[in-house]
Write a protein that binds this ligand. Sequence first.
Ligand code: IMP
Ligand code: MG
Length: 215
Amino acid sequence: MAAFLEISDDSKGHELSLFCVPKHYEDDLDSVIIPNGLIKDRTERLARDIVRDMGGHHIVALCVLKGGYKFFADLMDFIKTLNQHSDKSVPLTVDFIRLKSYCNDQSTNCVKVIGGDELSALAGKNVLIVEDIVETGKTMETLLKLLHECHPKMVKVVSLLVKRTPRSSGYRPDYTGFEVPDKFLVGYALDYNEYFRDLSHICILSDRAREKYKV
Ligand code: IMP
Ligand code: MG
């Protein structure tokens, strides 16, 4: 299995008051579980691993919206930097897909494509799917099935987070940033009913906030 940074189940995270958090979310979060700087440092290394493995060919990076957009942007920046400073470089193009599978804090069985580029354009390409978090694995399994119908040459998946949960289908991405406890996480583009994308650190959502932002 690919290497990852493990955040243990008994990790309480860091006290909120030690970091800068928007005032409007101060009462909604239990703790900071992954500070922004650590996300960036781990992403830099993922970029290096991906270029090492896929760098022989043109890569199409497919961003899974909306939750993947921050990780996608930072990962692309690190790959660009590697390209700029190496004798060997790899052309990179980007595509976007929008999926929806979540309501409140529950993964639903129904994964829907609700927008984005035509997947048929990925035929014959080396595709890197960039996702925020894998929980049950259903979203990624559904997307991989859809993608394979379009006959790409190669598909790899990088997910910033993988949740340790008994609800997992057993699916694991090719590259993982962090393995995290079975808690609902927000920030760095991960949302709860669209809130908390405007938060830099990955934080544990409080029970109170689950009620407050419920739809
Ligand atoms: P899966 O299909 O159960 O693997 O769920 C994957 C999707 O659910 C992710 O792409 C997220 O959009 C969402 N998700 C799962 N867990 C969390 C979480 O802790 N915070 C925010 N979104 C989550
Ligand atoms: Mg997602």
